[in-house]
Design a protein around this ligand. Sequence first.
Ligand code: GTP
Ligand code: MG
Length: 195
Amino acid sequence: FVGSNADFLKGVVAMNGLPADDRIEVCFAGRSNVGKSSLINALTGRKGLARASNTPGRTQEINFFTLTESHYLVDLPGYGFANAPLAVVEKWQRLLKQYLQGRVGLRRAFVLIDSRHGVKDVDEEIMSLLDSAAVTFQVVMTKADKVKEKDRAKIMDQVRSKLSKHPAAFPEIVLTSSEKGDGIPTLRALIANLI
Ligand code: GTP
Ligand code: MG
């Protein structure tokens, strides 16, 4: 996989810190603690590459990883995190929105949804933002290892019905576990096809 040589490039806190928009990139968005950083580590096979943590709001910057000479993986700060100071949350949200709306090289956004919780209102807000920015997005279910098969079907139905309302949504949903490795080869193949 191309990702095995992935490396951290930089963390960005303001739009003027973004690297030049001259590469193709895919980004990972999702609620705080949904497993974005863990997924990047699983995808690249490099455990400490993106900082994962049990503390929601761990990733407070837009983190760029070089995937190849001409591609980035982008780890976004989580949204919907209630325990951070409002001013901080608003600053991230603004940055997140500006990034999602203005990035020419952004090929696809992966919107991560916790397999236990399904789509929440804040997820819908991001999906609507992506609709209006015409950024194709695809849902990746995370932490599949934490849900029993029979409970999963119900959540997946909820996710499918929510997605049907979003024109920018790619219909295929990828079920993953960064912990157990489920779905990781599928997602790698998807990314390889996009870039
Ligand atoms: P923020 O940076 O705060 O937005 O969080 P994040 O979305 O990057 O989540 P992160 O990858 O840091 O993971 C949050 C917690 O969930 C950590 O304790 C991870 O170990 C755990 N976690 C992530 N993926 C999985 C998974 O597939 N299975 C299980 N069981 N736990 C997971
Ligand atoms: Mg993170």
